[in-house]
Design a binder for this molecule. Structure first.
Ligand SMILES: *[C@@H]1O[C@H](CO)[C@@H](O)[C@H](O)[C@H]1NC(C)=O
Ligand SMILES: *[C@@H]1O[C@H](CO)[C@@H](O)[C@H](O)[C@H]1NC(C)=O
Length: 335
């Protein structure tokens, strides 16, 4: 096998191994069901399945930064909540149970949650939670403790957030995100085979009740992060690896600035995790490329890892509505 083919193969396998997304949402500990209310990203295993593969998202100006690949396509159902409810997003990789790795163990990085009216508009995403590096490197050549790998992956993929107190009734999108910084010591712009890996995933909720709190101005996706945003280019091994430190493009630091704005003052200061009930079956999903219908034309430019030679392309254009649309029933979702 040519070395370029081997490299391509490792790229494909790397992609297939790394994906993490939300498989279910618990509301106050009650599971709402597999993929209910969730805009499941269109992941696949690479060029051979002929599908869209901007995943993980690394291009910060791509529309995929908003809700991941095919993130404009609504889930058929919406999760009903009231202010103060605790949502637990159940992130997984291969299947929704306790033996799943959640996210590859190398994918150290921060986790973040934003909320926006649905559909999003300019500057409508408001940050309501984030967590980054929460314990510095305990020993040389170790990355320290990060939200994605040391908190979420060690806690069954459970990411908790509370619906802001008094939030006005209406339809909202929650944009939850993990960022893998294992190749983040250089920007994707400078080196497209590396760069920080973004795993955004959106959940449709409807807030009911008589709250009167409106969201403040927030940020846009794409737009909130650029390649100069602190925390987007960050070498997680820099301060502990002298060789890497010597070639680092940015000075080594031991504190990590989480990308994006500060957490909104109207968000809960703390989210106490609630006991979780049983997960409703099933817990294993069919890969998207077998159940998506052909009328969704997807797009990607697949490149050889070494020479960045284009080895295949196809096309998909996201269509975000500017007005709220009631999701179509499940049977119509992908047709
Ligand atoms: C990033 O996405 C933008 C917007 O879709 C596109 O114009 C640009 O070509 C992409 N850049 C790379 C390096 O893929
Ligand atoms: C989780 O699901 C996988 C795939 O179905 C299975 O192989 C594994 O045994 C399950 N683990 C648990 C703890 O149920």
């Amino acid at each position: 096998m040519h070395s370029s083919s081997l490299l391509l193969l490792s790229l494909i396998q790397g992609h297939a191994l790394a994906h993490t997304f939300i498989w279910g949402v618990f509301v106050n500990g009650v599971d709402q069901g597999l993929f209910k209310g969730i805009r499941t990203p269109a992941y696949n295993n690479g060029p051979n399945s002929g599908g869209y593969s901007n995943s993980p998202v690394k291009n910060l100006t791509s529309i995929d930064m908003r809700c991941n690949v095919l993130g404009d396509i609504q889930a058929p159902d919406t999760i009903k909540v009231v202010p103060g409810d605790v949502l637990t997003f159940d992130w997984h990789h291969d299947y929704r149970n306790d033996s799943d790795e959640v996210i590859a163990s190398s994918h150290h990085g921060p986790s973040l949650v934003y909320i926006s009216p649905d559909p999003p508009t300019e500057d409508s995403f408001v940050k309501i939670w984030h967590e980054g590096l929460y314990e510095e490197q305990p020993a040389p050549l170790e990355p320290g403790k990060w939200s994605t790998t040391s908190n979420l992956a060690k806690n069954g993929g459970h990411m908790n957030v509370r619906i802001p107190a008094g939030l006005k009734a209406g339809h909202y999108l929650i944009r939850a995100e993990m960022i893998g910084l294992h190749e983040g010591e250089v920007s994707y712009l400078k080196n497209p085979i590396r760069g920080a890996q973004f795993y955004p995933n959106c959940v449709q909720i409807e807030v009911t009740g008589d709250g009167d709190v409106s969201l403040p101005e927030g940020v846009s996706f794409p737009g909130a992060y650029d390649y100069d945003t602190p925390g987007v280019v960050y070498d997680i091994y820099c301060s502990t690896d002298k060789k890497r430190a010597a070639t680092a493009t940015v000075p080594c630091t031991t504190t990590y600035p989480i990308p994006g704005p500060t957490v909104w003052s109207g968000a809960w200061a703390e989210t106490t995790s609630v006991p979780l009930g049983e997960v409703s079956a099933p817990t294993k999903a069919t890969p998207w490329s077998t159940w998506i219908k052909s009328s969704v034309v997807t797009s990607a430019t697949f490149t050889d890892r070494k020479s960045v030679t284009v080895v295949g392309t196809s096309t998909y254009a996201a269509h975000w509505s500017e007005a709220y649309q009631t999701p179509a029933a499940a049977s119509g979702r992908w047709s």
